[in-house]
Write a protein that binds this ligand. Structure first.
Ligand SMILES: [Zn+2]
Length: 94
């Protein structure tokens, strides 16, 4: 993660350890994926054996790890870093 935004110069690290909370966001997103995938398997695959649930859910969560990591940090910035989207800073819109 870069230290500053290349467009507006915003410092991403609000305070030391700011992104510790992102772990909880990431955990919440992982649980959401587990629930959605689990319910989908139950509904569309006709309640397969437990090993299928474990394999599919674990694979999908591992596949999405980098996405969850990134979005958890973005959510942390939006919810607790007082960062708001501003179209005038959109790249190519200067
Ligand atoms: Zn920026």
């Amino acid at each position: 993660m870069p230290e500053q935004c290349s467009v507006c110069g915003f410092r991403y690290e609000i305070e030391l350890g700011f992104y510790w909370g992102a772990m909880y966001m990431s955990y919440g997103l992982s649980v959401l994926i587990v629930v959605i995938v689990g319910l989908s398997l139950y509904h569309f695959a006709g309640d397969p054996p437990t090993w299928v649930y474990l394999t599919v859910v674990a694979s999908i969560v591992v596949l999405f790890t980098s996405v969850l990591f990134r979005y958890a940090r973005v959510m942390m910035l939006y919810f607790f870093g007082s960062v708001r989207y501003d179209a005038k800073y959109q790249q190519g819109n200067k």
